[in-house]
Each structure stands twice: as structure tokens, then as C-alpha cells.
Ligand binder design. Sequence first.
Ligand SMILES: Cc1cc2nc3c(=O)[nH]c(=O)nc-3n(C[C@H](O)[C@H](O)[C@H](O)COP(=O)(O)OP(=O)(O)OC[C@H]3O[C@@H](n4cnc5c(N)ncnc54)[C@H](O)[C@@H]3O)c2cc1C
Length: 305
Amino acid sequence: MIATGASARKLTCPGSEHALVLRNLEDFLVLRSLLIPKKHLILIGAGFIELELAAEARMAGCRVTVLEAASRVLGRAVPAEVAGVIANEHQQQGVEIICNVQLEHIHLLGDGYVVQLAEDKSIQGDFVVAGIGAIPEIALAEAAGLQTENGISVDSFMQTSDPNIYAAGDCCSFPHPLYGRQRMRLEMWRCAREQAECAVQNMIDTPQELSTVPWFWSDQFELGLQVAGLPQLAKQIISRVRADGVTIYFGLSDGGQLVSAAGVGVGNSVAKDIRLAEILIASRKQLNPGDLANPNLNLKKLLKN
Ligand SMILES: Cc1cc2nc3c(=O)[nH]c(=O)nc-3n(C[C@H](O)[C@H](O)[C@H](O)COP(=O)(O)OP(=O)(O)OC[C@H]3O[C@@H](n4cnc5c(N)ncnc54)[C@H](O)[C@@H]3O)c2cc1C
């Protein structure tokens, strides 16, 4: 079994060696020692991990600036509306978010650093952290002559091109049976666990495919975000505005099947709806958009229809 995970994608601009990363315990211990009140953290990239770090730094009393190359935070992993709620919470809490930036270089200045951007703009801070994605660790697999494609290629049984070698987690991509066998690499904690369980099951017992619904969570300040399925595959977004003000965003395919559900609310408040949505996604049922949008219709009823 190969479960070598992924490592931080490195910046390529001049001075990139000045940027720290957050991937493992050692990185965390270094960063934690730097989260001192009034210190200015410059974060490059506005993905989940970086925004979680931004929230932690802000709660520790740091000044925080987030620089993002795209036009909004969190990319395509969540619907724009959910990204907006998260960005708004960060701004309310004093995090400065600057989108559409073009990074030119990073250089030392006194005890701190300057991040130079295009159009003569620059940001000065005490330390810089880059979070621009992860690349799968495939060196061991390549040395073993295994096939790779966006990570170690496995089939839906987690078997690599060598039938005696399996792979699981962030290091591998697999053809997901729920999504037309599109090959995907999911950097999600629960998925890594399910893939490992599936691989072990298949090593010792009757082979079974992995077709569980992708799911992940992220905690940002007081807010808990949960996403089931793949929002980037949705052709139509249906909003379900609950009585408590929380909105759940459902993504439907062209055929009217649920492909994703995302919600953000205080603590664990979206968990129940997202759990039910997960079961609906797995069922591949055709659903009526009006039913999904109706907060008075219990989602459990849709499971029975
Ligand atoms: C900071 C951070 C926050 C995250 N937050 C969330 C979250 O909120 N929700 C969520 O769903 N997911 C989250 N994730 C993603 C989640 O942690 C990963 O999807 C999951 O850990 C992947 O598990 P894995 O076993 O594939 O890889 P890893 O947990 O990365 O483990 C791989 C291990 O293999 C070791 N290794 C690598 N190469 C070799 C080798 N040649 N020989 C021996 N050992 C080797 C590595 O050192 C590492 O210990 C987060 C990730 C990070 C970095």
C-alpha cells in the first residue's frame, strides 16, 4: 500500500524561499511560534487551509493580509455564494483580502519581508506563508514503475497498474463511479480514510469499488463549512433558505440529479442537511428543484419518494 500523501506546491517567483508553508506538524510548530500579537502575516493563496490559518492568526492578535490571484477566495471548490459568506466573515474579523493580484517577487527588508506585486504595489509584513495547493508524492510509485496521472493511477478498487500494489489518499487519482468514472484526486481527510479502508478490504477479501460521496469540512472562526459531492460539476444551483437564516446550496446536474450540497453556519449547524444531501447524491435520484428549495419540506421525505 502506498499512502505517501501530497506536499506543498512551491512558489516560483524570485525570493520564493522566504515563504513558509503549512503541510505537516513541523510546519505547524514553526508557524505557531510566529503567531504573536501585532505581527503582520502575509498569506499567499486563499484556499481552505490558508483561510483557516488566517483565522487562527487573527484570533492570536496578528494583522493578516491574504493575497489571491483569482477573482475570489476558495476557487471552484464551493459555490460563489458560500465563498462570499466565508470572505465576509474574514473581513468582519479584520482580515484584509486582496484578490486579482499578480505576484512578482519577495525580498527581505530589515526583520521582515516585502511582497512585490504587479503595478508597483507592495505589501510589507513580518512573515510570509504560501498556500498555493499541493502536489501528489509519487516518487516512490515512479521508482516502482507504476502508472501515474495526476498522482498514482488507481482503479476504483484502489489497485495500481501493478495488481499487488494499492494506493490511497492524497497521492492517488481514481475513476469515481458516482461521477461517470471521471478521474479525480481528492485532498480530503475522510476520502483518504475511505480509500485506505477500501484498499485493505480488497487486499484480503471480495473486491469492492469505492463509490462514496466526497465530503469535507472546514472551520473558519465560529463558522463551520461542509461540502458533499463536487460543486464544480453542478449545472444549476438551488438555494434553500432555512428559518435560521442559513442557506444550503444544492448543485444539480443537467439530468436533475443532485451532485453537490454546500452550507456554512455557526458550529455544526449545517451537518444534518449535508448528511441527508449526501444520501440523496449517492441515490442518483432525479429531484425537483422546487422541493429542494422549500425549507418546509423535510429532506428526509425526498429520500423516500
Ligand atoms: C493544514 C491542513 C489542513 C487540512 N484540513 C482539512 C480539513 O479541514 N478537512 C479535510 O477534509 N481535509 C483537510 N486536509 C486534508 C487532509 O489532511 C488530507 O486529505 C489527508 O491527510 C490525506 O491523508 P494521506 O494519508 O493521503 O496523506 P498524509 O496525511 O499527508 O500522510 C502521508 C504521509 O506519508 C509520508 N511519506 C511521504 N513519502 C513517504 C515515503 N517515501 N516513505 C514513507 N513515508 C512517506 C508523509 O511524511 C506523511 O506523513 C488538510 C490538510 C492540511 C495539510
